[in-house]
Design a protein around this ligand. Structure first.
Ligand code: ADP
Ligand code: MG
Length: 698
């Protein structure tokens, strides 16, 4: 008897080999994994076209007719098996570039077939390459009627006959097992109140829909279920965390903070900075361990917030730690912070992978005996050898750059977990952040320091290159500096490196008078730092680089950011890169270079960049264009489990409902101890097995 827990291997027609493929390619281990592999699209198979109606604009057609003759055509790689197919209204050619033997064995002339595929034009004639073919029979007609689900597969799966049709066949096997039964996993009350389809019916309909209407209802039910469990999981974790951990109470704002404010502050704080510092300060005083996300656009002054709130920790007798994702960034933080607190006699040190052994020993000792008060560093801070006397506050900059497990390690460096502030310049729309992060508090710096001019952004094609170089020359003449950034993506690393090097060469040729440095992630750190240093000091006027400069580099004199192959970057990455300029008082520019032919979405993306410099507007647009799964930073920090059918971008309303239902339920029954809620606990455990528990460690 099949149940949701039956290992996939035991489903009729699977067996050990295909089970292995299903697990490796799609993570499908049991029947539940299979039936929650939902179709990504549906095709209406109730309609038959005639050959005369076929045009290459149709995405798919279903035809019935006969094969008149077979013929081999072409030479070499273009060699193909063709068949002339006729239905009384015209002729169309069927084409196979491989698998000839199979076709010749299976298909006969003068037999009625149903064929299905995409018509395209080859020369003057319409053809269908590699069509799906079935014998025309009552039984096959019946099976094909109505909406047909199509499933994602992979090349590897196809070699094991696990193409979309193969998966559909497995679904059919499972759902036609008379004893197969999917238990309900939402309380009766919720199902009734919201008029939801039962889980069992919804699963069946979503794979084998009877009509559009039932399909919609089935999808709504399954989406609701998914979003509800996400919310329940997050909120429950956060409640448990509150019960389990007590937070340090920072009830003093003392000498360090106040003296800094009066004597050391290099500029007037913006209202947004003041507000956020107040929010953090009161949070640290509640007895609850603080978990706060600080969002602030590039250049909004998050570092100052990190420093001043660290001083509160010091005022209460605790140590503070600021972790940054790269050595460059950590070093910059160290330089600015140690300068700013010099007058206070606060001890600050920097710890990175390249800290010398002797210095490292001093630092370790200072952290252990408490004489070292603020430690700034990279991943090196996570190592077990780093022990604190009394760590009370942790700030993590550009939090999405760190893995969940890495961040979690810092939490264990004191008996109670320290207060935590994670900072990000990748803004997440607020409603989404609240949903995803459950009860994690969110602070927003929604204001830039005064005097910043919005960065003027333009999109050019390659034919404007000469004009671009002329413009760059002018800016450099004025004493400004220029970044030129190339994409570097792992899959195409070799080609990308070539582009970067060629780009560097052509800059060297175009600007013989100036110093140009090249920086990429594959360089030895010492060379990279040296090149960065030459640019930071102003000795080099142009830096040609990959996205290694995306995070944090601060050279206020740089006023132009040229992004090559801009079409290959995501919106938030473009925004991050653009944030490297516009840090001084001068007008800054961002030039997006792209190839000429662009997909509609890409064109929109670049247009949004030209139209707006507001990180939140851009994040919102990104969410709409790509869906939240793709947004940088959400991937890692993301959800307690993957969404398989719901979409955070488009299912906002459903999400709000699911959230309030989950909230109300938890208020009534925080332990989920009521008998009618036991299914909720069970389902949560099912969903969470093997997943890192995000809610409890941030
Ligand atoms: P980000 O939020 O991107 O980390 P930073 O903290 O690096 O931004 O700040 C960007 C620049 O703005 C720094 O040079 C910083 O000294 C400066 N800055 C921060 N706050 C203010 C302010 N209130 N007034 C003027 N300049 C500020
Ligand atoms: Mg920063």
């Amino acid at each position: 008897m099949l149940t949701l827990d039956t290992p996939i291997e035991y489903v009729l027609g699977v067996g050990p080999k295909r089970a292995e493929t299903l697990t490796a390619e799609l993570g499908i281990r049991c029947v539940e994994d299979l039936v929650t592999h939902y179709p990504y699209k549906y095709i209406d198979k109730s309609k038959f076209y005639t050959i005369r109606e076929c045009t290459e604009d149709l995405v798919y057609v279903q035809l019935k007719g006969r094969i008149l003759q077979f013929e081999m055509r072409g030479e070499g790689r273009a060699r193909r098996l063709t068949a002339t197919f006729a239905d009384g209204t015209g002729f169309i050619e069927l084409v196979w570039f491989k698998g000839w033997k199979y076709v010749e064995e299976k298909l006969r002339v003068n037999t009625d077939y149903i064929i299905f595929g995409k018509p395209s034009k080859f020369g003057e004639r319409l053809n269908i390459a590699h069509p799906e073919v079935e014998v025309y029979s009552e039984k096959n007609l019946e099976k094909n009627s109505g909406l047909q689900g199509h499933y994602n597969t992979s090349e590897k799966m196809k070699t094991r006959f696990l193409n979309s049709a193969g998966i559909r066949k497995l679904m059919y096997t499972v759902f036609s097992d008379r004893e197969f039964y999917i238990p309900e996993n939402l309380p009766d009350e919720i199902v009734k109140n919201f008029g939801l389809m039962s889980r069992s019916d919804a699963m069946r309909q979503v794979h084998f829909p009877q009509n559009f209407d039932l399909l919609r209802r089935a999808q709504a039910r399954l989406k609701f279920e998914e979003l509800f469990y996400i919310q329940l999981s997050i909120m429950r974790q956060s409640k448990l965390r509150d019960m389990k951990y007590q937070g340090f109470v920072f009830d003093k704002v003392g000498e360090y903070f106040n003296r800094f404010y009066r004597e050391c502050l290099p500029f007037e704080l913006t209202d947004a900075q003041k507000r956020v510092i107040r929010e953090i300060r009161s949070d640290m005083n509640t007895g609850r361990q603080m978990n706060r996300l600080l969002q602030g656009d590039v250049g909004s002054g998050k570092t100052m917030v990190a420093l001043m709130t660290s001083l509160i920790a010091l005022d209460n007798g605790y140590q503070a730690c600021i972790m940054a994702p790269t050595e460059i960034l950590a070093t910059q933080h160290y330089q600015s912070i140690s300068e700013q607190v010099a007058k206070l006699g606060v001890s600050v040190r920097l710890l990175t992978g390249s800290t010398r052994k002797k210095e490292r020993e001093e630092i370790d000792e200072g952290l252990r005996d408490g004489t070292l008060q603020i430690i700034i560093g990279t991943h090196a801070l996570i190592e077990d050898t780093v022990q604190f006397k009394n760590l009370g506050y942790v700030v993590i900059d550009e939090q999405h750059r760190f893995g969940v497990a890495q961040r979690a390690k810092l939490w264990t460096k004191n008996i109670r977990p320290p207060h935590v502030l994670v900072m990000t310049a990748t803004p997440i729309p607020r409603t989404l952040a609240m949903t995803i992060y459950g009860d994690l508090e969110v602070s927003v710096i929604d204001q830039l320091p005064p005097g910043r001019k919005p960065i003027a952004t333009y999109h050019y094609f390659d034919n404007k290159r000469a004009a671009l170089n002329g413009f760059l020359a002018k800016e450099i003449e004025k004493g400004r500096q220029v970044y030129v950034v190339y994409p570097l993506i792992q899959e195409s690393e070799k080609l990308d490196m070539k582009d970067l090097e060629q780009g560097y060469q052509s800059m060297v040729e175009a600007f013989p008078k100036y110093n140009i440095v090249m920086v990429h992630g594959k360089m030895k750190p010492a060379y990279k730092d040296a090149a960065m240093q030459r640019f930071a000091s102003g000795e080099a006027q142009i830096m040609v680089a990959t996205t290694v400069i995306e995070v944090g580099v601060n050279v206020p004199n740089a006023s132009v950011m040229v992004i090559e192959s801009a079409e290959r970057f995501g919106l938030s990455q473009l925004h991050q890169l653009r944030g490297r300029v516009g840090r001084g008082a001068d007008q800054s520019y961002c030039i997006l270079m792209s190839k000429y032919e662009l997909a509609t979405d890409t064109r929109k993306r670049l247009q949004i960049m030209c139209d707006s410099t507001d990180g939140f507007v851009i994040a919102e647009a990104d969410l709409n264009l790509r869906g939240p799964g793709d947004i940088d930073g959400l991937q890692q920090s993301g959800l307690p489990f993957d969404l398989k059918i719901a979409n955070l971008a488009t299912d906002g309303r459903l999400l709000q409902t699911a959230r309030s239902v989950a909230k109300e339920l938890l208020e009534r029954d925080p332990e989920l101890g009521l008998p009618e809620h036991s299914m909720l606990l069970r389902q949560l455990q099912r969903l969470q097995k093997g997943n890192v528990n995000w809610g409890s460690i941030s």
